[in-house]
Design a binder for this molecule. Structure first.
Ligand code: AHR
Length: 336
């Protein structure tokens, strides 16, 4: 009888020890518990980036790489899609397979996202859109979007040009314009083209001679500008839907023996540092800002979601217009 009692009390002691050990040991996963192995206490973010087509894009990538670091509690899985939607779709499927905590998507184009975003939704992974927008009928396919107002940027471009022509005493002249468009179907292209076109009727003496895509790259911008210069000998203004295409246009204009910034007015979008340099050199007249520093903004959204807070669906970023006359004064304060 005595021996049996001893065995029972020993068993009870071990059970008690196990229960107490279970209560005091570290939790198996981070708060919110997802059991993701060695990255347990880091928030895992998969970023499906467009590519590396422009200075703006580089600044945007750096902004994410500097924000989503271990010291801030994150692990970033970065994918460069080389401007191809099919690569972004593959990247998102990989993120789903890896069971990341959040997917961030800077969509190359607006359409064609339903299927893959349904898959992310079924997997319970929130998708945050950054920079460009998507065109879907079901807006529950993404949690929030943060970026610039591309249509407003187009309006700002036209309003700046009108004021500048007035300053030059050319307000009533016939003005011939060509446009270097961004990637067709991307919201940066769709919005800027729309914004410009909406305002053109206010200026019946302006003619849009031509528009063609330069894919947001300097080399394609240069190539398209060369062909415009061969087709039209009376171009007054180039609207380049990003600064890098404006740099390509500047090279093409110089090669054709003309003076960019003087003979032909050059307007870009983004307001990257190199555009300020081109303005100071007298080659470019204006850049309409598009701010790429979305890393901290996306992190703010994620932190709110982690705390279970509601987040706004749409986050517009404030953006300015920078003419050549202010470039020298402002260049040192430009963060990108
Ligand atoms: O979507 C933002 C645009 O994409 C920027 O204007 C351009 O430089 C980039 O490629």
């Amino acid at each position: 009888m005595k021996g049996k009692k001893k065995i029972i009390s020993l068993l009870l002691m071990s059970i008690l020890t196990l229960v107490l050990w279970g209560c005091t040991s570290e939790p198996a996963s981070k708060p919110g518990g997802d059991g993701k192995g060695k990255d347990n206490d880091l928030i895992v973010v998969g970023y499906a980036q467009v590519g590396a087509e422009s200075d703006w894009r580089t600044a945007n990538t750096v902004s994410f790489q500097e924000t989503f670091v271990e010291e801030n509690g994150y692990k970033l899985i970065f994918d460069d899609a080389q401007q191809k939607q099919e690569n972004q779709i593959k990247a998102i499927r990989n993120f789903i397979q890896q069971d990341v905590d959040y997917i961030v998507l800077a969509p190359v184009v607006e359409t064609g996202w339903e299927t893959v975003l349904e898959e992310a939704k079924e997997a319970g992974i929130p998708v945050i859109l950054s920079d460009r927008m998507i065109d879907v009928s079901d807006d529950s396919l993404y949690t929030a979007w943060v970026g610039g107002n591309f249509v407003k940027e187009g309006h700002d471009c036209v309003d700046w040009l009108a004021g500048y022509l007035e300053e030059l005493g050319r307000a009533d002249e016939e003005i011939n314009i060509v446009t270097l468009q961004g990637t067709i179907g991307s919201s940066a292209q769709v919005g800027r083209t729309k914004g410009v076109e909406e305002k053109l009727p206010e200026h019946p003496n302006w003619n849009m001679l031509d528009k063609q895509t330069g894919e947001f790259t300097q080399s394609k911008g240069q190539e398209v500008m060369e062909s415009f210069l061969k087709s039209y000998d009376d171009i007054d203004v180039v609207i380049a839907e990003n600064d890098n295409m404006a740099f390509g246009a500047i090279d093409a204009i110089k090669a054709a023996g003309k003076d960019p910034g003087e003979d032909i007015i050059i307007i870009g979008f983004d307001a990257v540092k190199a555009a300020f340099e081109a303005m100071i050199a007298g080659d470019m007249n204006c850049s309409v800002e598009c701010n790429p520093l979305h890393g901290p903004r996306v992190a703010e959204i994620i932190q709110k979601l982690e705390k279970g807070e509601e987040v706004e669906k749409t986050w517009y970023v404030d953006e300015g217009v920078f003419p050549a006359s202010e470039a020298a004064k402002l260049i040192d304060s430009r963060p990108y």
